[in-house]
Design a protein around this ligand. Structure first.
Ligand code: WQD
Length: 337
């Protein structure tokens, strides 16, 4: 069966393409290469020995999206990763985010709801919860007003999907990721942040490799055991496997509602200092860091209640924080060699 993966050359997208191919799906990748490169396609092929069909399409181009689905009208499902995802950048350039993350979604939904079947996995984020009152966070925790245009595009995207599913053949699973980290064990694919990494783990691995002088820890005066923020760091391969399971759920019509929501995390919260300690343990290296003032927009604590994903989706994260950090470090060393 043919599955389209938009943003399939990105960090989570590429790992999901590998897991889809491992399960025997025929994969068509759409990517506009704005935050990835064709080397990733070669990396996928080196892992699975199957080169996915690739179309360099910008999903903001409505005609290009229409033509694509005219050609690929036999598509069984779409996994939609293609979106801009840098919180800070979204504050500086909101229209880039509303155009890229909303228009593209609308054009894809317009086309797939004309097809025989419209099975759609949406890449969402725990960002929609803002600072949730209760930990661990369940899927029925209230969606808080977004604190960034990026987070708002995820909330709006979810609302669009609910509205469209009510009146079309659309069936969808919204996957709310916590913090994806790590890389495929082969070190053929991994996270390739452009420029200065915004996220914690790529900044740690680049610092350990000597590309950055030291890590800045954004605040240690939070109301947490060691004063630093707590997050749920999940291995990207665990995350990728959840997408395949979610797509199979829709293809086999096992979904209980037209739109279902699942939190994808490990269920374990780790502070920034705990991540640093774990990294030093797995890498055998001391990590230079300094405490600096808090970063605007950071929530204090966010980690997932994974009962629904475990019990209903039948998925559970397998890798530990240490294993995920070790894979990120192995990838950093490989990609710099
Ligand atoms: C994690 C923790 C920082 C960098 C964001 C998006 C989310 C998803 C993942 C896209 C925080 C601290 C970080 C650094 C630090 N993105 N930190 N020094 O902010 O939880 O989530 O990225 O889908 O939607 O919101 O991830 O890795 O940026 O930060 O101290 O150099 O590490 O303060 O506590 P975040 P992060």
């Amino acid at each position: 069966m043919k599955i389209v993966v938009t943003g399939g050359l990105g960090f989570i997208g590429s790992h999901t393409v590998v897991e889809l191919q491992n399960e025997g799906f025929e994969v068509v990748v759409i990517d506009n290469l704005s935050n990835s490169s064709l080397d990733v396609l070669d990396g996928i092929e080196r892992i699975t020995k199957i080169k996915p069909l690739f179309e360099n399409i910008d999903l903001r181009n409505k005609l290009a999206v229409q033509n694509f689905f005219k050609t690929h009208h036999d598509v069984a499902g779409v996994i939609h990763f293609a979106a801009s995802k840098a919180v800070g950048e979204s504050v500086d350039d909101p229209l880039l985010y509303y155009e890229n993350n909303i228009n593209a979604l609308v054009y894809v939904l317009q086309e797939i709801t004309k097809l025989q079947q419209a099975n759609f996995i949406f890449s969402s984020s725990c960002t929609v919860y803002g600072q949730a009152e209760k930990m661990p966070i369940t899927e029925d925790a209230s969606v808080q007003p977004a604190i960034s245009p990026y987070g708002n595009t995820k909330q709006i995207g979810e609302e669009i999907i609910f509205d469209v599913a009510k009146v079309t053949n659309l069936n969808s699973v919204l996957l709310r990721y916590f913090n994806p980290i790590g890389a495929h064990s082969s070190t053929e694919i991994g996270e390739l942040p452009l420029g200065v990494p915004q996220n914690l783990v790529p900044f740690i691995t680049q610092t350990a490799f000597g590309l950055r002088k030291e890590l800045s820890v954004f605040g240690n005066d939070y109301p947490t055991p060691d004063g630093t923020c707590i997050r749920d760091y999940i291995h990207v391969v665990d995350l990728a496997k959840a997408h395949v399971i979610a797509m199979q759920r829709l293809l086999n019509k096992r979904n209980l509602d037209k739109v279902e929501i699942f939190n994808l995390g490990t269920g374990k919260g780790s502070s920034v200092l705990e991540v640093i300690n774990a990294f030093e343990k797995v890498s055998g290296q001391k990590l230079p860091y300094k405490i600096v003032p808090r970063r605007e927009g950071d929530v204090i604590m966010a980690y997932a209640n994974t009962d629904k994903a475990n019990d209903v989706l039948g998925w559970k994260a397998a890798f530990s924080l240490e294993e995920a950090l070790a894979s990120a470090w192995k990838w950093e060393q490989k990609v710099r060699s």
